[in-house]
Design a protein around this ligand. Structure first.
Ligand code: KG4
Ligand code: ZN
Length: 333
């Protein structure tokens, strides 16, 4: 009955979670609002805020889980990918905690953890399944054969889907992170109001940089004719952009599922919180007779519960690392 402490600090969320025998007992997430003023995450500021938040977040996670520090059997932490300074805070904390408590350390790949968030709760996909992992830094179609046997069959060649959301919102004058705001305005707009191009990229790879430029030119041209264009049409613009991003993602995901003959399709990462994408996948699976797996909102964006559940499965197979482990800004799997 392992008790795992999970630590996540790869970007701008400081998070700690306790998992008892595969069940998440707490998931404390300290968001950093300081970046809003800059239109994106400022790495140095992120590291400093992690440093302030990490101990209170861990204390709260232990308290909420109703366990004691001495009950913890292992500490799992995000080794990468992510911002090096941010990762360093979590990795250093995890190493010190493991040393002080004389318990093993478990390294976790952040992108694999997003996929493994599907093993929190009762509705779990069966192996092999496909996962569309869409976050602020990554866009991947992953063939998941086992907990830690995953293969990326397609990914973005430039911007990530979340980046496309965030950059669009910046063009529209909305604060960072823009994804949730695009989602909010899109609900009140007409998704067919404007047509944006669908990039023609071979295989299961993606590209979002051309779409970003198309949106930029579209806004610039319309604002030249009507300075209030954004203000008057914000819901329609957001709904149309969201629809294009969702169709780019789901068209490839559908083809991958057909070719690999997979019937369990999952979404993961921050953009999987998007209403249009969640509904789109559910509709697609209903039409095709497939099963859709959409994580709880709490486990879509960065959180330590996904690190703790990944740690749980690594604990069961005895996959530990030593004190010499260092963070990896680019961590392949
Ligand atoms: O996984 P995540 O929390 O962090 C990374 O590992 O990058 O993903 C963050 C991304 C941001 O780009 C954010 O705008 C996007 O997820 N996001 C959304 C929504 N909620 C978060 N995008 C669209 N709709 C949402 N509801
Ligand atoms: Zn993430």
């Amino acid at each position: 009955m392992p008790v795992i402490l999970g630590i996540e600090s790869s970007c701008d969320e400081t998070s700690a979670s306790v998992c008892v025998d595969g069940e998440i007992r707490s998931n404390v997430i300290a968001n950093q609002t300081i970046h809003e003023a800059y239109g994106g995450v400022v790495p140095e500021l992120a590291s400093r805020v992690h440093q302030q938040n990490i101990i209170p977040a861990v204390q709260q996670a232990i308290l909420n889980a109703k366990v004691s520090k001495n009950d913890i059997d292992a500490v799992a932490f995000t080794r990468g990918p992510g911002l090096l300074g941010s990762l360093l805070v979590g990795v250093s904390f995890a190493k010190a905690f493991a040393l002080a408590q004389d318990i093993p350390l478990i390294e976790v790949n952040h992108m694999q953890a997003h996929v493994l968030a599907h093993f929190i709760g009762k509705h779990k996909p069966s192996f092999p399944f496909l996962c569309l992992t869409v976050s602020g830094g990554h866009t991947q179609i992953v063939l998941v054969k086992d907990y830690f046997d995953m293969k990326i069959i397609g990914q973005t060649q430039d911007d990530a889907a979340g980046e496309a959301m965030d950059k669009t919102s910046k063009i529209l004058g909305l604060p960072y992170p823009g994804g949730p705001l695009i989602d909010k305005y899109a609900r009140q707009g007409n998704p067919d109001a404007y047509k944006f191009p669908e990039p023609q990229i071979p295989g299961y790879n993606f590209s979002f940089s051309g779409l970003k430029t198309a949106i930029l030119y579209f806004i610039r041209d319309n604002e030249a004719k009507n300075p209030d264009f954004i203000k008057e049409n914000l819901p329609d613009i957001c709904a149309s952009v969201e629809k294009r991003i969702v169709t780019i993602l789901l068209n490839k995901f559908k083809r991958a599922a057909q070719e690999y003959n997979i019937k369990d399709l999952a979404l993961a990462g921050g953009v999987s919180a998007n209403t249009g994408l969640r509904e789109g996948l559910q509709q697609l699976c209903l039409q095709q007779g497939w099963n859709s797996f959409v994580p709880n909102f709490e486990y879509c964006t960065d959180n330590a519960a996904m690190i703790a559940i990944a740690g749980h499965y690594k604990f069961l197979s005895g996959e530990f690392v030593g004190q010499e482990v260092a963070p990896m800004a680019r961590m392949p799997f």
